[in-house]
Design a protein. Sequence first.
Length: 463
Amino acid sequence: MILVSKAADGTHANGVSYGVNLSADGRYVLFRSEATNLVAGDTNDKTDLFRKDLETGAITRVSTAANGAQANADSGAWGDISADGRYVLFSSDADNLVAGDTNGKTDIFRKDLNTGEIIRVSTAVDGTQANGESVGISVSADGRYAVFESQATNLVAGGTNGKTHVFRKDLQTGEVTILSMSADGTQGSGNSFGAGISSDGRYVVISSNAGNLVSGDTNRDFDVFRVDTTLLPYGAAIAQGRFVEAKLGVGSASKVSVAWGDGTTDTMTPSSGSAAFSHTYATTGVKSASVTVVQGAQSWIVPYKIDLSSAQMTRNTLLADTLSGGTGKDTLKGDDYANILRGGLGNDTLTGGAGKDVFVFDTKPNKKANLDKITDFKVKDDSIWLDNAVFKKLGKGTEDKPGKLNKGFFTIGEAKDKNDYLVYNDKTGRLSYDADGNGAGKAVEIAILSKHLKLTAADFFVI
């Protein structure tokens, strides 16, 4: 145990000192004191706030103006410090710490101990002074978000209902948000106090005797609540069942996008292998969406079902995923559900997996540069789609309405007549396209499948 409330030279304080807070690593201790001998020039005869560096022994008086002027009233009844000890937030009755402080109320201030800059926290976004007392401060780890309780009614647009509320201020943008309200934006019907904030500023804990912050609160007493500040802009949508949020594990993907099914798409770069999304719909119900995951030249499109009544986003296994390769030598692997695999250009290796899979060929084949291998084609479940822009003799069809291959266009072994356009060599597993249909011209190999498959024309579709 060490004595903190002493001067840099070890002189003991000549007045009462009170512990307030400390930095995340325990190096900096924040405390208030009535002592006048902790720093030089302390002559204001007021309770001041100090920061002690326990590594160097240095002590700094926090409750001064940027020019060093001493506070003309008591400071530090409430205080908090950023994780690195740079920013200190504190309450003060002084009116000379910043210019224009004329409201005669206890205010919240933030001091930057690297630069000496001090700002008033308890103001509206446009700088309007609080018309009530502000206390109970807490700050995020980086010093950006300040949470405090206030009796002021003029800190947010439209004012408040006259109760003590908890507010969060973004000290980068100046935005002030009331936190003691229900999901639909109704302000708490009672008083709210005791704010604490998570290190990233997202979550805030408050106590309140308001009975309308959550449904079913009927005990008519103070309760503790946690507020997720990222959801505040969506209060009405959440209350009406039109909001969903999801965090997707995407491995080493470089880009992820969600098409929400209502004409809007959100795209982001993943962080630490995950991508978080949220969306507000115009109506309630069950929605269909698709997630596109991009990794290099490959992409994977996965269908999802969103049940807004439970705010759950789940894989829609009734629809097929789409995996697409690029121009190189790609390896595409499906999962246990239905997959659509597009190798694209290059000599690709395609594995469908256990589901009912579709292998799409929509680029000009080339034995050396564009010949794909299908490792697990299952005659019972899988199919091959051929684009008639490339394979011009096969007939009509689209991806929305694939056309069945004319059974006369397919043969096993070698082309024998003028319309044997698609040929499977069951001894080698090679699938070829013969544009003249009779073997007179050289057939072009499309893909390599397993040997001795019992393929028929029913396994092929034209798009």
